[in-house]
Design a binder for this molecule. Structure first.
Ligand SMILES: [Zn+2]
Length: 497
């Protein structure tokens, strides 16, 4: 088989095997001989605006994100095109091959009866209760912890796109690869990015993720000022839907309400002008009719069994903001950065389930004194230490940070727990990525081992806790973790038992 050798418009050599390995909606995909990148040709000719857009995406926009300090951080979260080629009258893009973790290792149940082993882990496999129940091998499913991590990775990627002045415009489970076994996600199909007021969108999006205002105005002429097109505000809707679907395996707007007897019109209204959250706190008219669900859709398909509030108070607030306040009011929708912050803090509120057979394995502490796993009903056993985080402000007084850490055996403390001014994102230095302490359950008592907090003090007796030392967690105990500005004080609360 022949190898084709070309030079990109940016002047870099590329080569690929002359055999189509995959076909997307718009492109034919070829693989480089070493397998490290692909060349994808658009089947249809591009107009000059389309060519300009590709140039901008592989050029200035790519450099703005990747050619900076910390740029390598984004290589895991985006499959970003690196060059543009032209061959035989067709335009193509060069892009990194997907990481190995985004291909099924086991595939489906019954010795992979669907034959999906080795195929891409398209997000839609993991966003539906019946796909998970009927098809996926247990080893592919991941836990609730890894699904929260996936939601965090996607929020982070979208936050970075928006910060660069870009909108994805077609964010969906088709354009995000996920790895639930490791909690990873990667945004793909970057070549369709929208630059507001410069490169308009060429698709309206993927059903299920298109914002209501886009559907409600789609019959208007493209140039009608009332027509709403994909933008960062519609990305915010798609992001909220994606997060909801990866955590609850159902769609937030597909409930029991019938808007019209004509199916097409009904769909237009249900996803457009009449869209209504199935878990709307006041308006119950679009509740899921659980008697209509198939066995494979349970329990996730029934929000009365697993309501959105099991994601904890911080995420529940954002779901209400997205699907109640902001559903028809785009400016009210949570930003990707708000999701990122709430997800980081929610990941500190998670507990492993004591039931080893529990399908989801982890759950968010529900702020009650007798926590239990919402997935399998197993109560938390023993005493659960909850750390309430405070930090110093200008006045020297310590103020609550609306951030709690639910301790579990082997859990770590990181620099972002020690200082309010540190946030776990692309700006962390290598030193800030290292853990500085961990928790251990020993003969029924909880201990915090200090590994990297040289200023740690037990406030009850003003005793310094040296590096390598440890301290027992008792109800009401207080520890200062750092004396620097923004340094945290933690107050221990022992729950249950
Ligand atoms: Zn459980």
């Amino acid at each position: 088989m022949g190898i084709i050798r070309l030079t990109t418009q940016e002047g870099k050599p590329v080569e690929y095997r002359d055999e189509i390995i995959g076909q997307g909606g718009l492109k034919d995909v070829y693989l480089s001989p070493d397998g490290s990148y692909v060349v994808a040709f658009f089947r249809d000719p591009l107009d000059s605006a389309g060519k300009e857009r590709l140039k901008a995406i592989v050029g200035p926009y790519r450099e703005g994100i990747f050619a900076q300090e910390g740029g390598s951080y984004w290589q895991e979260l985006f499959c970003w095109p690196t060059g543009v080629v032209e061959h035989g009258g067709r335009i193509g893009i060069v892009a990194p091959a997907y990481h190995q973790q985004f291909y099924f290792e086991h595939g489906s149940i019954n010795n992979d009866f669907l034959g999906i082993k080795g195929k891409e882990k398209e997000g839609k496999w993991f966003a539906s209760a019946s796909n998970r129940a009927k098809y996926l091998a247990p080893a592919e499913k991941g836990s609730w912890l890894t699904h929260l991590q996936i939601a965090l990775a996607i929020s982070r990627a979208v936050r970075r796109l928006h910060a660069a002045g870009l909108a994805h415009s077609d964010l969906s489970y088709k354009n995000v690869l996920v790895d639930p076994t490791r909690g990873k996600a990667c945004v793909i199909d970057i070549d369709g990015l929208v630059v507001p007021n410069k490169f308009p969108p060429d698709v309206v999006g993927t059903p299920d993720f298109i914002a209501p205002e886009v559907i409600a105005t789609q019959q208007l002429d493209r140039h009608d000022p009332q027509r709403k097109l994909p933008s960062t505000l519609t990305d915010r809707h798609a992001l909220a839907v994606l997060i909801y679907m990866y955590l609850f395996y159902r769609h937030p707007l597909r409930g029991g309400k019938v808007h019209d007897l004509d199916a097409t019109r009904d769909e237009e209204l249900a996803m457009g002008s009449q869209a209504l959250f199935i878990e709307h706190p006041q308006d119950a008219s679009n509740r899921v009719r659980s008697e209509q669900l198939r066995a494979a859709e349970l329990p996730w398909g029934d929000p009365t069994r697993l309501p959105y509030t099991i994601a904890g108070p911080l995420l529940a607030d954002l779901f209400r903001q997205a699907f109640v306040d902001g559903l028809h009011n785009p400016q009210q929708r949570p930003t990707p950065s708000e999701w990122e912050s709430a997800l980081v803090r929610t990941l500190d509120m998670i507990q492993p389930c004591a039931n080893r057979q529990c399908e989801m394995g982890w759950y968010v502490f529900d702020n009650t004194t007798q926590p239990r796993c919402p997935h399998c009903g197993t109560p938390y056993q023993g005493q659960l230490p909850v750390l309430n985080l405070y930090s110093s402000r200008h006045s020297n007084a310590y103020q609550p940070d609306n951030h709690r850490v639910m301790v579990w055996n082997g859990q770590s403390l990181f620099p972002w727990h020690v200082n309010r001014k540190i946030f776990p994102n692309e700006h962390l230095t290598p030193a800030q990525r290292r853990r500085v302490g961990y928790f251990q359950l020993h003969q029924g008592e909880w201990y915090l081992v200090n590994e990297g907090m040289p200023q740690m003090v037990d406030l009850a007796n003003r005793r310094e806790i040296p590096l390598g030392g440890n301290v027992k967690l008792t109800d009401g105990s207080q520890f200062l973790l750092s004396k620097e500005e923004g340094g945290r004080l933690i107050q221990v609360q022992l729950v249950g038992g």
